[in-house]
Design a binder for this molecule. Structure first.
Ligand SMILES: Nc1nc2c(ncn2[C@@H]2O[C@H](COP(=O)(O)OP(=O)(O)OP(=O)(O)O)[C@@H](O)[C@H]2O)c(=O)[nH]1
Ligand SMILES: [Mg+2]
Length: 463
């Protein structure tokens, strides 16, 4: 009892903390720009508006006003001002937004003005969206979708993130969760009537009948070939091959800039170098690696170890070799490999065309650019089939390991509910509760304190 009381006091304290401080930040990007957006959220917003603009704008209406410093009353700028009154705002609190001209001196003066109130302070990264989450405006899956949306680099990523930010994953998990709650109710009913054996076993049978399609649906989403996760983090391609095969030259040619050092000295590259490309809307990460060979050099051996690690993480390995005689190392035997012959410009034309027919491999030249278009279209093809984007295909909902992990826990709990001893009804009810809890973690309905910091810190200050 003592502990419970202490926890409640802590909660009340945390509540007071969030509702008494008013936060502000520049929400637009850094540097000189046409417009800079400053946002303020918290109970001091009406006071801030009264002190800085006159007359105070009507709630939810665009106003154009002279903005004044609250202490000196000197004008700072003439600008657009909004006021969204609680709870109808993005954070659920009173929110003001100033769209001032984007010069650094104006932004500095605005920050100084907003910081001059007794209960205002600069926001932490992601603090606006965190308040929105705490006020029930968005759930955790939507927050993650928003973070992905801000970071989206390609069309495919943007579409997937927009769907998640709009609640696609949340709606699905909530529908699963409500089915589970029905299953839990039936199971609990079985417990209540456990002295009447018939009623109790009928209730469990009914609950299990409902769990069958649910389990299949969850499993189907787990069996999506990791499409959502690959789209989110990028299709990974590792360039592997013997030293001097031309791996770094190919990386530079694909990136169209000088990313990696190229030299005729074998063993030039030591670290793994990543370049991100946008191939037909799909994100591709190409990793240049150290050449594979037997060596006694400590640094080079570490480089080779990293090459193999990158290859094992990759969705596709491009095995580059000048002669076509070298074979990929056994460590990556289970990875999908595309073999490529490099420096085609050094071969005589007849031999190349004959040999490429013989082994079906692709020949390229980073120097002349020959074969690169074919290589790029093959990469796009592989990425498309891994990600499964064909326009109308129903979008995968699992976009990161956190979701997958929770879904696996829910599936395992449901499997145990299906297979466990039907006479141990309390244990079966506990299985369902575990599944409900696991799904609740995806949207943050249940305690997820352990992941909150990590998720919100992905945002910049001002979001
Ligand atoms: N003629 C010709 N030379 C090339 C081509 N690609 C690379 N080279 C040359 O081959 C040598 C090695 O190229 P790199 O790209 O550094 O080879 P690497 O595979 O990265 O080598 P390591 O980093 O040492 O493993 C350099 O002298 C390049 O100029 C090509 O397509 N044609
Ligand atoms: Mg290299």
């Amino acid at each position: 009892l003592h502990v419970a009381v202490a926890i409640r006091d802590d909660d009340a304290y945390a509540e007071r903390m969030t509702t008494t401080t008013t936060i502000f930040a520049v929400s637009s990007g850094a540097g000189r720009a046409g417009v800079a957006v400053l946002r303020v959220s918290g109970p001091a917003v009406p006071e801030v508006l009264r002190a800085m603009v006159s007359p105070v704008p009507t709630v939810r209406q665009v106003a154009f006003r002279t903005i004044r410093h609250p202490v000196t009353q000197q004008p700072i700028d003439r600008a657009v001002v909004f006021w969204f009154a609680a709870p109808l705002s993005e954070t659920g609190e009173d929110v003001a937004e100033f769209q001032v001209h984007g010069g650094p001196a104006i932004v500095r003066a605005m920050l100084d003005a907003l910081g001059s109130f007794p209960d205002t302070r600069l926001a932490e990264p992601g603090e606006f969206i965190r308040r929105a989450f705490e006020n029930g405006k968005v759930d955790l899956a939507e927050v993650e979708g928003l973070a992905d949306l801000v970071e989206a680099e390609t069309e495919g990523q943007r579409r997937q993130a927009l769907a998640q930010a709009g609640g696609s994953l949340s709606r699905l998990t909530e529908s699963w969760r409500s089915q589970l709650i029905d299953i839990a109710a039936l199971t609990e009913a079985g417990i209540d009537f456990s002295d009447e054996g018939d009623v109790s076993s009928t209730a469990l049978a009914a609950a299990r009948a409902r769990a069958i399609p649910l389990l299949a649906d969850i499993q189907a989403h787990l069996d999506d070939g990791h499409r959502g996760e690959i789209l989110r983090s990028g299709f990974r391609v590792a360039l592997l091959g013997p030293p001097n095969a031309g791996k770094s030259s190919l990386l530079n040619a694909l990136a169209q800039r000088d990313v990696a050092i190229v030299s005729d000295e074998a063993g030039t590259t030591r670290d793994v170098i990543d370049v991100r490309l946008d191939l037909e809307g799909l994100p591709i990460t190409i990793s240049d690696t150290a050449g594979m060979r037997q060596t006694s050099g400590m640094v080079e051996r570490e480089g080779i170890r990293r090459s193999l690690a990158a290859a094992r993480d990759a969705n596709l390995v491009l095995w580059l070799s000048e002669t076509g005689d070298d074979l990929p190392p056994h460590e990556i035997a289970d990875r999908p490999v595309l073999s490529i012959r490099t420096k085609a410009d050094l071969f005589d034309a007849v031999r190349v065309s004959r040999e490429s027919k013989v082994n079906g491999g692709l020949a390229i030249s980073s120097t002349t650019g020959a074969g690169l278009d074919v290589l790029l279209s093959q990469l796009a093809e592989r990425a498309r089939s891994a990600i499964g984007v064909s326009g109308q295909i129903d979008a995968p909902v699992v976009t990161q390991a956190r979701h997958r992990h929770s879904l696996e826990l829910a599936r395992d709990a449901l499997s145990s509910f299906m297979a466990g001893n039907p006479l141990e009804l309390e244990l079966r009810a506990e299985d369902v509760r575990r599944a409900v809890y696991a799904l609740g973690r995806i949207t943050g309905r249940v305690d997820v304190e352990d992941v909150l910091g990590q998720i919100f810190s992905r945002f910049c200050i001002g979001k």
